[in-house]
Design a protein around this ligand. Structure first.
Ligand SMILES: Cc1cc2nc3c(=O)[nH]c(=O)nc-3n(C[C@H](O)[C@H](O)[C@H](O)COP(=O)(O)OP(=O)(O)OC[C@H]3O[C@@H](n4cnc5c(N)ncnc54)[C@H](O)[C@@H]3O)c2cc1C
Length: 334
C-alpha cells in the first residue's frame, strides 16, 4: 500500500530528497532503530505522531538499566527521545492493519493494539521496522561456517576459511560502532598486527548487541498478524496463505514465484520480519550463487499453462541476468 515503508527504507528515501514535511508518520516495529528513524524524520519536519514499540515495558526497563555500561548509547537514546518530546512512545504495542483512504490506495490510518484493545491512529506514512537482516551471501558462497544465521569468526575476525575475514553485521547485529571496530580489527589482523586492545571494545559492543537481541525479541502475537490474503511478495502477488504448508526455504523454492519472494525478502524483511523471522533466519546461509543458478535452471524448465509466454520470458531473462551478473562479478573478484 502506498505510504507503508520499511523504517530504514523511508529514512534512506528521505535522505535522498523524498518530502515528508508536514506528513503524519507512525514509526512502528522494534528496537533502537525506531527512535533513530523517528528523530531523523522529525528533523525533516515530519509530524511523528507515535513510535509503536512491540517490546514490553519490563524488557525495555531491563535494557535501559544495562545501558549504564554504554553511556554514549544512553546519551544518544536520550537525545533522540528529547527530539521527539511531542511524540507518544507506545510500549508493548504493535500495528495490526494499515487502512487505505477513500481513494482505496493511499494509507490513511493504522490500527494499533496492545493485545487487549485496538485503536486507530490517522497517518499519511507508516515506517515499519522489525530488526535488520545482514547480507551474508558472499560468506555463504565462499563456504564460510555459520553460527546460526551469522558468519562464524574468531577474535581477529577470521572466518573458518584461511585468509578470509568478516566484519560487521554479517557476524552479529550490534550497531555501527561494533561494525567499525571489527573492520579495524580485520584490517590489522590481515596485516599481522596485534588487535588485543580493540578486541576488548568489540566484546563490550557484542554484549550490547546480545542484550538488544534479548530486549527486542519479537513477541509471538506478531506471527499471527499477516492474514491469508496478505501479499508477501508484490512482484508476483504471492499471498501469505499460499505459502502455507511449506516447511522451509528449500521447500518453498520449488515454486518459481516463491523463489522471487526469496530475492525480494531481504528488502521486505524489515517490515515483514514477524513472518520472515523463522524463515529468513535460514535464508541467509542458504542464499548463494549456487541457489541462484539452480533456480535459473528450474526457471528454464518451468512451464506453466497459467502464464503467458511474455511473462515467462521476462522471468527467464531476469533470472539469467541475475546469474550472469553474479558470475561476472565473482570472476572479476578472482
Ligand atoms: C535506517 C538505519 C538507521 C541506523 N541507525 C543507527 C544508529 O543510529 N546507530 C547505530 O549504531 N547503528 C545504526 N544503524 C545500524 C548501522 O547502520 C549498522 O550497524 C552498520 O552500518 C553495519 O555496518 P556493516 O559494515 O556491517 O554493514 P553496512 O554498513 O550495511 O555495509 C555493508 C555494505 O556491503 C555492501 N554489500 C552487501 N552485500 C554485498 C554484495 N553481495 N556484494 C557487494 N557489496 C555488498 C552493501 O551495499 C553495503 O554498502 C542503522 C541502520 C539502519 C538501516
Amino acid at each position: 500500500m502506498p505510504g507503508v515503508f520499511g523504517a530504514g527504507g523511508l529514512q534512506a528515501l528521505v535522505k535522498g530528497g523524498f518530502p515528508v514535511g508536514g506528513k503524519r508518520v507512525v514509526v512502528a516495529g522494534t528496537g533502537p532503530l525506531l527512535l533513530a528513524v523517528a528523530a531523523h524524520l522529525a528533523q525533516d519536519s515530519a509530524v511523528v505522531s507515535s513510535v509503536v514499540e512491540q517490546a514490553s515495558l519490563g524488557q525495555l526497563a531491563r535494557f535501559a538499566a544495562s545501558l549504564w555500561e554504554h553511556p554514549a548509547k544512553l546519551a544518544q537514546g536520550v537525545l533522540y527521545r528529547a527530539m521527539l518530546w511531542k511524540t507518544s512512545y507506545r510500549i508493548g504495542c504493535w500495528v495490526v492493519e494499515a487502512i487505505a483512504g477513500s481513494n482505496g490506495h493511499n494509507l490513511s490510518a493504522v490500527r494499533v493494539t496492545d493485545g487487549t484493545r485496538v485503536w486507530t491512529e490517522p497517518c499519511d506514512l507508516l515506517a515499519s521496522g522489525y530488526h535488520l537482516v545482514p547480507n551474508t551471501e558472499i560468506a555463504a558462497l565462499l563456504g564460510c561456517k555459520f553460527r546460526g544465521t551469522f558468519v562464524q569468526v574468531d577474535k581477529a575476525q577470521r572466518t573458518s576459511l584461511p585468509n578470509v575475514f568478516c566484519a560487521g553485521e554479517p557476524t552479529g547485529i550490534a550497531g555501527l560502532e561494533a561494525a567499525m571496530v571489527q573492520g579495524e580489527i580485520a584490517g590489522l589482523a590481515c596485516a599481522g598486527i596485534s588487535t588485543t586492545l580493540l578486541q576488548k571494545r568489540v566484546a563490550a559492543e557484542r554484549a550490547f548487541g546480545e542484550s538488544m537481541e534479548k530486549a527486542f525479541a519479537l513477541r509471538k502475537e506478531l506471527r499471527s498478524v499477516p492474514r491469508p490474503d496478505t501479499i508477501v511478495c508484490r512482484c508476483e502477488d504471492v499471498t501469505f496463505g499460499s505459502l502455507h504448508g511449506y516447511t522451509g526455504w528449500t521447500d518453498v523454492s520449488c515454486r518459481p514465484d516463491a523463489a522471487w519472494v526469496r530475492v525480494r525478502a531481504a528488502s521486505a524483511a524489515q517490515s515483514w520480519n514477524f513472518f520472515w523471522d523463522g524463515v529468513l533466519s535460514r535464508f541467509g546461509s542458504l542464499f548463494s550463487l549456487y541457489h541462484f543458478k539452480r533456480f535459473a535452471f528450474r526457471m528454464k524448465a518451468w512451464k506453466s499453462p497459467q502464464r503467458t509466454n511474455r511473462s515467462r520470458r521476462k522471468h527467464e531473462l531476469v533470472w539469467r541476468n541475475a546469474c550472469n551478473d553474479n558470475t561476472v562479478r565473482l570472476q572479476h573478484e578472482g
